[in-house]
Design a protein around this ligand. Structure first.
Ligand code: AMP
Length: 278
């Protein structure tokens, strides 16, 4: 696997390959890879000639009060895991390389104000700006994101459409631990008790989906079911929202494709999860 830390060098390496007709798959991450990330790399390896992984803990998507400095990192292990699943190139820039003298921000309106955007108001501008930069550096044919970050996937899909970007976004399924907890680099922050309690997120979402399948279409009822379950844990509900899949607007009655998304704060980790109702 080739490793690049310089924007100029990775561009110089990739462009002739692209002009020669090679397709590029791209998986942007913040590192500390787990099976969720690897599933995206595997999908890319299958569908493209060349797979590029980026590892960049992007400071602009963290608020000053958040866990930027504590974010887990293990570059050596990441590279071993990525190589094993067939990634060809790792792009690992530092903050200076990405952001010296930057004055430009890419911002998607409306879709970024609710859900995670409510408690993390600067987060999505950080995400859309860094992903735009990464797309301009890598020029991927396809880019792979996880359904785990459902709002992120919807915001980026809108950004790509609005800005006529020549990249196909692929949203891949959530990979979970055996007990249902969505894999996340932040799961290492949970203490033993919280780790056990964290299974409530998935269990509650499944319970709500079952209630929906048994005929319950009132969002309030489903929401309360989830909130009451989470209240039995030491976690604090950041949000539980039942929203239209495309517009991210809250719905009172569930009709078309609908997303239940939630975020729960434990001592040192804020966890998110979601489930689709159709
Ligand atoms: P991150 O390193 O957390 O920024 O995540 C990088 C990419 O991996 C994003 O597109 C995430 O949605 C995706 N991802 C993270 N966790 C999972 C998971 N458990 N299953 C599938 N994709 C995931």
């Amino acid at each position: 696997m080739k490793i690049f830390r310089s924007i100029k060098e990775i561009k110089e390496y990739l462009r002739p390959l692209q002009y020669g007709g090679k397709s590029i798959g791209f998986v942007p991450t913040m590192g500390y890879l787990h099976q969720g990330h690897l599933s995206l790399l595997e999908a890319s390896v299958k569908e493209n000639d060349i797979t590029v992984l980026s590892i960049f803990v992007n400071p602009t998507q963290f608020a000053p009060t958040e866990d930027l400095d504590a974010y887990p990192r293990d570059e050596k292990r990441d590279l071993e895991l990525a190589e094993k699943v067939g990634a060809d190139i790792a792009f690992i820039p530092d903050v200076e390389e990405m952001y010296t003298n930057r004055l430009t921000t890419v911002s998607v309106a409306e879709l970024t104000s609710g859900l995670c955007g409510r408690s993390r108001p600067t987060h999505f501008d950080g995400v859309t700006t860094v992903v735009t930069k990464l797309f301009n550096i890598v020029h991927p044919d396809r880019a792979y994101f996880g359904q785990k970050d459902a709002q992120q996937a919807i915001v980026l899909t809108k950004m790509v459409a609005d800005l006529d970007m020549d990249v196909e976004l692929k949203v891949c399924p959530i990979i979970r631990e055996k007990d249902g907890l969505a894999m996340s680099s932040r799961n290492v922050y949970l203490n033993e008790n919280e780790r056990e309690e964290a299974t409530t997120l998935r269990k509650s979402l499944v319970q709500a989906k079952e209630a929906f399948q048994n005929g319950e279409t009132d969002s309030k009822v489903l929401k309360n079911l989830i909130i009451n379950n989470i209240k039995k844990t030491s976690g604090t509900v950041d949000y539980v929202e039942i929203i239209d899949f495309k517009t991210l607007q809250e719905v009172e009655k569930i009709q078309g494709k609908t997303l239940i998304a939630l975020a729960v704060k434990f001592t040192n980790a804020r966890l998110i999860d979601n489930i689709i109702l159709e």
